[in-house]
Write a protein that binds this ligand. Structure first.
Ligand SMILES: [Zn+2]
Length: 385
């Protein structure tokens, strides 16, 4: 872990433009020549510590990979420039066509999506990126205390009584993580890249106006982010044609580790919640083994279906959709609609036609069946989706 050097003497306050009495409005063209503006995002430059090549970077970027030799440098604080040793990558094994086919296959599978509507999908844009993540290899141990609701029924008939009480329960569990912390400030810069952390929602169904919304979304799993990890190899990046798509980091290792600790604790607390009815205490200890800067290849895609644009993120190391937005197929909506109405229709049918038969139930059944048919026909004839 990198220790930040303390700057001798006092750190100057963030420079603010001093108020000049009498001067109310300074025209923009008359800028003071000595002013070193930090507000403007001028490219900055630094010499690579390994090969001496100039490294151009933007204001705010402090994890910089040399495009010539591949050495990663971190600006860890004032005058504290360090070489990052734990610098690796996942190989770019999935090319553009593979990524598109992975998305098409994904869109044609599952209950909420359907094969027939994939044909109408148009790929809008495909962008390959090498994105910087701090992968925090760690073990989290969680101990929890809570109360579980218990009920007991005694006696029969009029003496039947139900007792309710709370019993103290506790437990502990632990889990290993290769926790990904995206090394940039704005997770919205590229679609979905902040959602690959375990437990984060990564699949977003678009139900349109349909109101019976069952399932269709998915959370990211606790996958091994270091599977297939190789030392960072600038030549491999160049030969994959990705050298211009290397994105510098903005978040230092120290901050990423602190963020990971917080996020892992939160993830564990959420998991503990289901174990008791009332949770009184959850305590998680995160032991960090290693923090590596790992470049992860990703394909950010936009596609159009039914005149609407959706986004998807495909893993560039393995042919896998990591996250996506998608329209729920009409077939799935019809099925859900028919199930929801079908059950009361069956109940009404039984009530209406068994024994004495309740006339209202007969009518209810016919109304429900008619609704199911009408909906299925309307949606089914409207489009193939
Ligand atoms: Zn270099």
């Amino acid at each position: 872990m990198q220790e930040e050097n303390t700057v001798p003497g006092s750190v100057p306050e963030t420079s603010e433009i001093p108020e000049i009495p009498g001067v109310t409005d300074v025209p923009e063209t008359e800028e003071a020549p000595e002013e070193e503006s930090t507000a403007l995002t001028h490219d900055r430059e630094l010499a690579c510590q390994n090969c001496g090549a100039p490294l151009a970077y933007m204001e705010g970027e402090n994890v910089i990979t040399c495009p010539y030799c591949g050495t990663a440098t971190m600006l860890a604080g004032y005058d504290n420039i360090v070489k990052i040793d734990g610098h690796s990558m996942l190989p770019m094994d999935v090319n553009e066509n593979d990524a598109i086919s992975a998305l098409i296959t994904w869109l044609s599978k599952g209950f909420h999506r359907s094969k027939s509507y994939v044909g109408s999908a148009k790929i809008g844009s495909v962008k390959g990126l090498m994105l910087p993540y701090w992968i925090v290899k760690s073990t989290a141990s969680t101990s929890w205390h809570g109360k579980k609701k218990r009920t007991k029924t005694t006696g029969t008939g009029d003496n039947k009584r139900t007792q309710t009480w709370y019993e103290p329960v506790s437990g502990r569990f632990s889990e290993d993580f290769t926790w990904p912390e995206y090394a940039r400030e704005d997770p919205g810069e590229f679609w979905g890249i902040g959602n690959i952390q375990p437990g984060k929602k990564s699949v977003f169904p678009d139900w349109g106006k349909f109101w019976l919304r069952f399932g269709g979304s998915k959370e990211s799993s606790n996958r091994d982010m270091l599977a297939g990890q190789i030392p960072f190899d600038i030549e491999a990046v160049k030969s994959a044609g990705m050298a211009d798509d290397l994105v510098n980091g903005q978040i230092t290792q120290e901050r990423a580790e602190a963020n990971a600790r917080g996020n892992i604790s939160e993830h564990q607390a959420k998991k503990a919640e289901s174990k008791a009815d009332v949770m009184t205490d959850v305590d998680t200890t995160v032991n960090v083994n290693k923090v590596d800067l790992v470049y992860v290849p990703m394909w950010e895609m936009k596609y159009i279906m039914d005149g609407k644009e959706y986004s998807a993120l495909v893993d560039g190391a393995q042919k896998e959709v990591l996250g996506a937005e998608y329209p729920v197929s009409k077939k799935a909506k019809i099925t859900i609609f028919d199930i929801v109405l079908g059950i009361p229709a069956i109940v009404a049918g039984i009530l209406g036609f068994s024994g004495d038969g309740i006339p209202a139930a007969k009518i209810a059944m016919f109304v429900l069946v008619a609704l199911m048919l009408a909906y299925s026909l309307k949606k089914g004839l409207g489009s193939k989706n």
